[in-house]
Write a protein that binds this ligand. Structure first.
Ligand SMILES: NC(=O)C1=CN([C@@H]2O[C@H](COP(=O)(O)OP(=O)(O)OC[C@H]3O[C@@H](n4cnc5c(N)ncnc54)[C@H](O)[C@@H]3O)[C@@H](O)[C@H]2O)[C@@H](O)CC1
Ligand SMILES: [K+]
Length: 520
């Protein structure tokens, strides 16, 4: 059994909401009520003390349906006995229908403060000055589609308070783009949330770039949209244990033979890390292809991993004549000399499945026609610096266009290169030339900060190579390896160094298998 998280874009969420409403099974007002209720319940679940006694809240409501959710929340908190101040941005008469309905229901409440004041520095200071335990940010949600400015005073006013109230963002912190995870303009985003409550599925922007930092914690609330969902291709999938298990009757060649190219003497560590990752993830055989001067060094370090001297292109050709060698890893400390560049092109010409990492990416970027020999069995694994060198135009678009996401960039890079691209980061984004994409997000409760350590990328390259050897499709190999790699880091925890990653794999794989048995 694999568990899948779908990361959505604003347009996909809007289409889903429209499908649900057009089915006649649910109205926009129903969805808004469930969304508002979801935010209140999630807030009380996280801070139970808030549910026990009456408190004070300031609810900031914007000009769209995100504001509508805010009016629902204000009403529900009022019914719970809270003192609530609503400050609105824009003319409430211009609100969309469902939001207007809820603004009217709020105003119709029998209480002194039900009048809604316009949001400005003065009204905010007044409202906060009355004492406030909770600020609800319902200014902008997934409808924010252009830079917003002039709202920085909100964070300023809250920070000036002696005791900072809890800040809960509805759907997304206002100012953060739900599609890119970047802050649009001079945003309200410095108004960092302690908790962001979103609906049905997380947005891409919750996990990319600034998303995790600005959102605080993230809760996803079910508002009954699942039965109207249609396939969306941005997904993250816990690897399927049946795909990783080894068949009882299989032999080592059934699981493929990975060849990892090593650097010369004194530069073999990166390739050895990759080779160990490939073997531990289940490749049947793993060979290190070494320049002759590096053989003794490698032989002193490895046992189950085989060694093969590779000193010239003839030796390379002979080695690759063995078609059982079905996955290659080039890059970790591979070297940048011109003959290494020739090797790379020779290897690519064999059309063998391969991971190109580190030095191989630098060599590609230096090549006159970097993508001419790439094919669909290749996986490129750049970090952002390597990505910039390989795809300068896409990277410039990413810097300049705030509505162009890391996901768009990876997808465009994969199309340009004609292969699978895995762009590393706290959220690793993977896409293939057909436009399929995946996100492996190491954030929120899945954070893996100890992965930022020398050699971790080499192990990842090796793990992907191992899965390619086992016959995984490139995008599946990249996604499963990225997931397992992060899981190994989380399992080990503080003090992790790259050598520890492959050694965590047995426990991580066993845990996956037993979790699958428990759920079946
Ligand atoms: N999609 C769903 O399933 C649901 C969505 N709901 C809520 O609806 C929200 C989306 O509502 P909307 O599409 O109305 O969008 P928003 O409420 O996020 O904001 C859109 C409004 O802000 C304006 N705007 C956008 N960018 C601006 C800028 N830079 N400066 C000034 N004004 C700007 C737009 O013109 C529009 O009036 C979601 O975030 C969520 O909170 C929920 O009520 C119910 C379920
Ligand atoms: K918001």
């Amino acid at each position: 059994m694999s568990r899948t998280t779908i990361y959505m874009t604003a347009a996909e969420m809007r289409a889903l909401e429209i499908r649900a409403m057009e089915s006649g099974a649910v109205t926009g007002a129903d969805l808004m009520e469930r969304a508002g209720r979801g935010v209140v319940d999630a807030t009380f679940a996280r801070w139970p003390a808030l549910a026990k006694t009456r408190h004070r809240a300031v609810v900031l409501c914007g000009p769209g349906n995100n504001g509508g959710d805010g009016y629902v929340i204000a009403r529900l908190l009022h019914h719970a006995g809270w003192g609530v101040r609503v400050l609105s941005l824009g003319d409430t008469k211009s609100l969309p229908a469902d939001a207007k309905l809820n603004a009217q229901r709020w105003s119709a409440l029998d209480q002194d403060s039900a009048a809604t004041a316009p949001l400005n520095a003065e009204t905010l200071a007044d409202a906060l000055g009355e004492g406030c335990d909770l600020v609800v940010d319902a200014l902008f949600g997934s409808g924010l589609n252009r830079p917003v400015s002039g709202l920085a005073y909100i964070e300023g006013s809250i920070s000036a308070l002696e005791a900072r109230p809890i800040v809960v963002a509805v759907d997304v912190p206002s100012g953060l783009s739900s599609d890119t995870g970047t802050c649009l303009g001079e945003p309200v985003a410095p108004l960092r949330a302690d908790l962001t409550v979103t609906f049905h599925s997380p947005f891409v922007g919750h996990v990319l770039v600034d998303g995790p930092e600005v959102c605080g914690a993230l809760e996803v609330v079910d508002i009954g949209l699942a039965r109207f969902a249609e396939p969306v291709d941005v997904r993250a999938q816990t690897p399927n244990p049946s795909g990783l298990a080894k068949h009882p009757n299989a032999h080592k060649f059934t699981h493929g033979h990975a060849l990892v190219f090593s650097g010369g003497a004194g530069k073999t560590g990166a390739a050895r890390l990759a080779a160990r990752g490939a073997l531990r993830i289940g490749a049947g055989l793993v060979t290190l292809g070494c320049p002759p001067d590096a053989l003794a060094e490698c032989a002193a370090q490895v046992t189950a991993i085989m060694l093969r001297p590779l000193n010239d292109t003839e030796a390379l050709r002979q080695t690759l004549d063995d078609t059982r060698i079905n996955a290659l890893c080039l890059g970790p400390n591979f070297g940048l000399s011109p003959d290494r560049a020739d090797w790379l092109m020779d290897v690519l010409a064999t059309k063998r499945a391969a991971v190109l990492d580190a030095d191989a990416l630098t060599l590609l970027a230096r090549h006159e026609k970097p993508f001419s020999k790439l094919h669909e069995q290749i996986v490129l694994t750049p970090h952002m610096g390597e990505f910039k060198r390989l795809f300068p135009e896409i990277s410039a678009e990413l810097t300049e266009n705030k509505l162009y996401s890391k996901l768009d960039a990876t997808r465009d890079a994969a199309k340009t290169a004609g292969c699978t691209v895995l762009l590393k980061g706290a959220a690793t984004v993977i896409a293939n030339a057909q436009g399929d994409c995946r996100i492996v997000a190491s954030c929120y409760e899945n954070a893996a900060p100890w992965l930022a350590t020398a050699g971790a990328g080499d192990v990842l390259a090796g793990m992907i190579t191992g899965l390619l050897a086992r016959g995984f499709a490139p995008i599946e190999a990249a996604e499963s390896a990225a997931h397992l790699h992060a899981e190994c880091a989380r399992r080990f925890g503080p003090g992790l160094i790259a050598e520890d990653l492959p050694e965590q794999l047995p426990a991580v794989l066993a845990e996956l298998e037993s979790a699958s048995k428990r759920s079946s």
